[in-house]
Design a protein around this ligand. Structure first.
Ligand SMILES: [Zn+2]
Length: 268
């Protein structure tokens, strides 16, 4: 969907409660989100709500109690705790506007658990509307479970790391599909190798978890193989904590893969 179509829906009060704005750059995404929020909160363009909404700048706090902004903490993380705190006011009725809007400014940095923790709220029904706008350079950084609940707007040109994620996802997917079809352990080991080297290069465990999670929702992979992938993702997340003790990503990946494979053999 394009930006002007979304603005029209917001103006007509027909917008889906969960929206993802991807592409462009941080500032463009932010400007569009605030513009949408303004229409959702009021949109008359002459009252104090609209006035304050127009003055909100990227990187600064919101000037409205009914419009909340969540920025990342540190370099690349928006933790579960900050997401919980951010959404803690969701049950409260709007203070002065006709709805409440929550903007996740750095959606790219919402990690695996943060995204999982917001699912319930995204599905809730409220008396007056609540809107959740997630901004991300690329929607691939978001879990399939979040994506499936959202309307997507693209601002076109994408940025950084697009290739890294795409290539990694395609590699993992094709190797696992071969394993699924042929049952040959070789493909599984190759998949482990691919993941290890990606993690050795960039320690982006969340990207790997999101890719693994998305495999489960591919229609051509079913049954115990899905459980295997979920198990592997779960173990990887659990054992990733060992990084703090200096254990190398390769070791962690292999250990998680082996554990998941053992269980898979029992289930099979
Ligand atoms: Zn107004």
């Amino acid at each position: 969907m394009k930006a002007d179509e979304v603005l029209k829906l917001a103006y007509e009060r027909k917008l889906h409660p969960v929206l993802i704005v991807e592409g462009g750059n941080s500032e463009k995404r932010f400007l569009l989100a605030v513009e949408i929020a303004k229409l959702l909160l009021c949109g008359c363009n002459s009252c104090s709500v609209c006035n304050r909404a127009s003055k909100i700048k990227y990187g600064e706090d919101s000037l409205l109690p009914d419009l909340r902004l969540l920025y990342k903490e540190g370099v690349r993380d928006t933790t579960v705790d900050s997401v919980r705190e951010f959404l803690s006011t969701v049950e409260l009725a709007p203070y002065e506007a006709r709805s409440k809007v929550y903007i996740f400014v750095d959606g790219d940095t919402l990690n695996y658990s943060s995204q999982n923790s917001m699912l319930k709220v995204l599905e809730e029904n409220f008396e007056s509307p609540r809107y959740f706008i997630i901004l991300a350079s690329n929607k691939r950084f978001l879990l399939p479970t979040v994506l499936s609940r959202s309307l997507k707007v693209s601002l076109g040109e994408k940025e950084r790391d697009e290739n890294f994620i795409t290539i990694l996802e395609e590699k993992i997917y094709s190797l696992f599909r071969e394993f699924y079809k042929k049952g040959d352990l070789y493909y599984l080991l190759a998949m482990g190798e691919t993941i290890s080297s990606a993690l050795e290069e960039k320690e982006r465990i969340d990207d790997v978890l999101i890719i693994l999670n998305s495999l489960v929702s591919k229609s051509d992979i079913k049954g115990v193989e899905c459980e295997f992938i979920s198990d592997f993702a779960f173990l990887l997340l659990e054992f990733w904590g060992l990084r703090k003790m200096g254990i190398r990503p390769k070791k962690i990946v292999n250990y998680s893969l082996l554990r998941a494979y053992k269980r898979y053999l029992l289930l099979k």
